[in-house]
Design a protein around this ligand. Structure first.
Ligand SMILES: C[C@H](O)[C@H](O)[C@@H](O)C(=O)CO
Length: 491
């Protein structure tokens, strides 16, 4: 059968046509488009209708290429951002970006309602300002709670797109599970958290499992696309859940890094638990497909480099990511290191200045050239992965034997090699379109073409190239890692 998968990242969106012949999954890109946050009137937004328009364009291309024979469509994206549907069925708000500063401005008032420790214990999620619960609590604190009282339904980004195609209002499990409003004990919305933050439970949609059909394209949608009917399928709608579904590891104790704007590093567990150590390291338990938990930590990821690149663009200097990595490769090693998760790196803008500030605060020489900046970021990311790996091993009491890099960030071969060096583990890279691959798997499951995700992972191994990077220069990387850890403590 043939399927269309839609994957939206913070910096770009992509759509693929996938054909499964019972043995291999063949994929073809049918549409790409840029995505970005828009800063307006002191707030940060996404261009949701632009995203929708690109979805429609991609669907038209996909249907044309497949002669109209599409068994399903699955959509995944970054998590936590949402739209509100009013009584008329209209979308009644702009979609804020999770980096919008309203959460930071209201942080103290929000955590006075439920402390970070209690929130972690109740939900198993990491404490982060981007969580939907914190965004909603911030809206209420700043006087915009009437929008929640007045609306009918809140839907997360892929669920909102599904609503526009099918008219159905459903909340997919993996994306619901990372909102800090979800209760793993009942697999329903978390009544206590909602009550304490004063978020009306009635606006949250029923939760559906990945691998189930959400609905059928409406007649209006069919005529807009010039096609017959097709199913919209709930996949791992949180992109990280889809990427991890496509993990091409069949045994051992691997860690994964879902690498893109964020680097989400973790392991798959069958259980969810919280304790002092998970709180100390701010570890997240996120719902995976077939209720395999993703025990992971967010690392700031390629966002820092994306922002440096954007800044160079505004200065009239155009570099592709490949060119930046090539410049970094020519620079001398370990000239400067940063903590990629330093709070100031979270918000957009002035990234070069913020890196310089971190270096001067910690008594290091400031980078000057694009290559020096990128080298500092990439070495630091690799060391942060090592630090997270150590924390995951401490929590689980189990040695990690290799690392799989999933997603577009894996195309940065310098960072892949640095990761192997810093973590002292073999690194396997691919699929670079992991979220789309995992998205296809759950559609194939919904249509009865595969039994479960384990069978799906075997298909991924047969269908995509996986590249190996072995650790090198271990003594010097180990020595510098000790220095890196002192930096984490000093800021
Ligand atoms: C806030 C981030 O979007 C989130 O933590 C991450 O899991 C993600 O969705 C990356 O695309």
């Amino acid at each position: 059968m043939k399927y269309i998968a839609f994957d939206l990242g913070a910096s770009s969106g992509k759509m693929m046509l996938g054909s499964f012949d019972g043995n291999r999954l063949d994929t073809e890109v049918i549409h790409r488009f840029p995505n970005c946050q828009i800063s307006a009137n002191g707030s940060l937004y996404w261009n949701f209708l632009g995203i929708y328009q690109n979805l429609i364009e991609g669907l038209k291309t996909g249907f044309r290429k497949a002669d109209g024979q599409i068994a399903g469509l699955g959509m995944d994206s970054y998590c936590n951002d949402f739209g509100l549907i009013g009584k008329s069925g209209d979308i009644i708000t702009q979609m804020h970006c999770y980096r919008d500063a309203r959460t930071k401005r209201n942080r103290d008032k929000i955590y006075d309602l439920i402390s970070e420790k209690e929130l972690h214990q109740l939900t198993g999620n990491q404490n982060a300002l981007f969580n939907t619960a914190i965004q909603l609590a911030a809206m209420i604190q700043q006087g915009d709670g009437y929008l929640l009282e007045g609306c009918e339904t809140l839907l997360h980004l892929p669920d909102l797109l599904a609503y526009m195609l099918t008219g159905e209002r459903k909340s997919e499990y993996t994306i619901a599970s990372v909102t800090q409003m979800f209760d793993y004990r009942t697999n329903l919305w978390h009544k206590e958290v909602l009550k304490r933050f004063m978020i009306p439970e009635r606006i949250l949609a029923p939760i559906v499992e990945p691998g189930s059909v959400v609905g059928h394209a409406t007649r209006e949608m069919q005529s807009l696309l010039g096609t017959g009917g097709f199913d919209v399928i709930a996949v791992g709608e949180h992109d990280t859940a889809s990427a991890v579904a496509a993990l091409p590891a069949l045994s051992g104790n691997p860690a994964y890094i879902s690498s893109g704007t964020w680097s989400l590093m973790g392991v798959e567990t069958c259980d969810f638990f919280t304790n002092e150590t998970t709180f100390k390291y701010n570890i997240a338990f996120e719902g995976g497909v077939e209720h395999r938990y993703r025990m992971l930590k967010n690392v700031m990821g390629l966002w820092i480099i994306q922002e440096c690149r954007r800044e160079y663009q505004t200065m009239g200097q155009e570099y592709s990511f490949g060119e930046l990595a090539a410049l970094a490769a020519k620079e001398a090693p370990f000239k400067a290191l940063i903590d990629p998760d330093w709070e100031e790196f979270y918000e957009p803008g002035r990234m070069l200045e913020k890196i310089r500030k971190f270096c001067s605060m910690t008594g290091q020489k400031e980078p000057e050239t694009p290559g020096q900046f990128v080298r500092a970021v990439e070495e630091s990311l690799a060391f942060k992965y090592r630090w997270v790996m150590d924390a995951l091993e401490e929590i689980n009491g189990k040695k990690i034997d290799c690392i799989h890099i999933l997603g577009g960030g894996g195309q940065d071969r310098l960072l892949d090699q640095f990761t192997a060096n810093a973590c002292r583990r073999p690194v396997y890279v691919g699929p670079t379109e992991a979220a789309l691959a995992g998205n296809f798997l759950m559609q194939m499951k919904a249509k009865g073409e595969i039994r479960d995700v384990l069978q799906g992972r075997e298909i991924i191994r047969k269908s995509f190239d996986i590249e190996e990077f072995l650790p090198a220069d271990q003594a010097v990387w180990e020595e510098k890692y000790q220095y890196f850890k002192t930096l984490l403590k000093s800021v």
